[in-house]
Design a protein around this ligand. Structure first.
Ligand code: UGA
Length: 435
């Protein structure tokens, strides 16, 4: 099958490379000429484990190429995926669909035979109807179907998630489109990944419901963690104790500094707004959004308390800046709110991240970036672990203890054990575990 992928961002690039690896012929289209030029030369604009190799081998096999010309990519494609960004619209929290609609207009002008137009971007309920209307309005005689096929990839594990998904959701009621989508995903049936056909609106909503549910799960355990700290419980044991119940499940029960990233904050907000607009508010999600927002500032207060009530003039070393490990993505990373609040309180910040420093420099001012965790600890009054990179899990703690001005560690991801840290002489605090 021939596929055009509109938008060579995170989702488009990963999906395009994986479809090509299945044997389909894929053209990734992006308006950003510099990005396309770089991709043609084998430079990958994002950090995602395994992606550079996957792109290189499929380019070499001539199954994957890149262009700025949408018309060229779309002309004889069986399926055109819209994988452009849908950021939060400034001011009202709704998803900004201008890139999606522009893509729809451009696609309408370029298709030459029956084409399945697939929205992969996370879009609010009803967007597929609007995409269909736009294409019909631009080219009345065009033969096409608009399908919703949301992605459930996690950054850092995107290739595995694409190749071994728990499910593939396809929203369409068009029989020919069903056949095309079945053909595209056939290579996954070997792994027994179920292909779930629904109506288009249901598929659109399923994506938001999935992310909102996961964000709720995290927020729930975060609040239980706060309660554990007050009553003297251990949140990790609670998570295990409830997670072993299959009805609850053990995943997404790691308490931490609050969820971040390019998806959960934006999607929970967008779902909340849509639900309000339709007069069916999802109050649980409204609360999740509010609680998660407050949590990031609460983390800065936790650091302040660990330093006796004030951070003024104190040096705080920060380990981990990206919203989670194995990515360079800083979008809505908890580190931003935490560091900004600490700076407002007068702290001096030194920070290290294995992949995120370049992106962090764009969003955080007055931070001294250092090239390894030990330099972040050197002379610091407190060391805060914000992101659980593997590289932070086996630090030489004796060495760290020896180089800090005060041996204070605030571990917002619970990667160390309170008893071990205390026996090494640290004043250690973590999440949902009283020490
Ligand atoms: C998330 C979903 O997991 C994907 O299924 C979805 O496709 C994607 O959003 C999307 O909509 O595109 P992602 O944002 O890459 O993927 O990251 P997650 O691994 O889900 O983590 C999100 C945030 O939750 C991170 O800040 C992470 O630290 C936090 N988290 C996650 C916790 O605090 N505790 C947990 O137990 C799990």
């Amino acid at each position: 099958m021939r596929i055009a992928m509109i938008g060579a961002g995170y989702v488009g690039l990963v999906s395009g490379a994986c479809f090509a690896d299945f044997g389909h012929t894929v053209t990734c289209v992006d308006t950003h000429a510099g990005k396309i030029q770089a991709l043609k030369q084998g430079e990958i604009p994002i950090y995602e484990p395994g992606l550079a190799e996957l792109v290189a081998s499929n380019v070499k096999a001539e199954r994957l190429d890149f262009t700025t010309s949408l018309a060229e990519g779309v002309a004889d494609a069986d399926a055109v995926f819209i994988a452009v960004g849908t950021p939060s619209r400034r001011g009202d929290g709704h998803a900004d669909l201008s890139y999606v609609y522009q893509a729809a207009r451009d696609i309408a002008g370029a298709i030459s035979r029956y084409t399945v137009v697939v929205t992969k971007s996370t879009v609010p309920v009803g967007t597929g109807d609007e995409v269909e209307r736009i294409i019909r309005e631009t080219r009345a005689e065009a033969e096409f179907a608009v399908v919703s096929n949301p992605e459930f990839l996690r950054e850092g594990a995107a290739i595995t998630d694409f190749k071994r998904p728990d499910r593939i959701v396809v929203g369409t009621e068009d029989e020919r489109a069903r056949q095309v989508m079945t053909e595209l995903y056939r290579p996954l049936f070997l792994n027994q990944s179920p292909l779930l056909f629904t109506s288009r609106r249901t598929a659109e909503l399923t994506k938001y419901a999935a992310n909102a549910f996961l964000a709720t799960k995290i927020t729930f355990i975060n609040e239980i963690a706060d309660l554990c700290e007050q009553v003297g419980g251990n949140v990790q044991d609670v998570a295990r104790g409830i997670g072993l119940d299959n009805r609850i499940g053990s995943k997404f029960l790691h308490a931490g500094p609050g969820y971040g990233g390019s998806c959960f904050p934006k999607d929970t907000l967008a779902l909340m707004k849509t639900a309000q607009d339709y007069g069916a508010p999802v109050r649980i999600v409204e609360t999740v959004v509010a609680v998660n927002d407050q949590r990031k500032r609460a983390m800065a207060r936790k650091v302040t308390e660990a330093l006796g009530g004030s951070v003024r003039g104190k040096t705080v070393g920060v380990l981990g800046l990206t919203f989670k490990p194995n990515t360079d993505d800083m979008r809505d990373a908890p580190s931003i709110a935490i560091i900004t609040a600490l700076q407002d309180g007068g702290a001096v910040i030194k920070a290290h991240d294995p992949e995120g420093i370049e992106q962090a420099k764009l969003v955080l001012d007055n931070v001294t970036y250092v090239d390894n965790p030990y330099h972040a600890a050197e002379g610091a009054d407190a060391l805060v672990i914000v992101t659980e990179w593997d590289a932070f899990r086996a630090l030489d703690l004796k060495r760290i203890h020896g180089m800090m001005a005060q041996p204070v560690v605030i571990d917002l991801r619970n990667i160390y054990r309170p008893d071990e840290m205390e026996s090494l002489g640290f004043r250690y605090s973590s999440i949902g575990r009283r020490t």
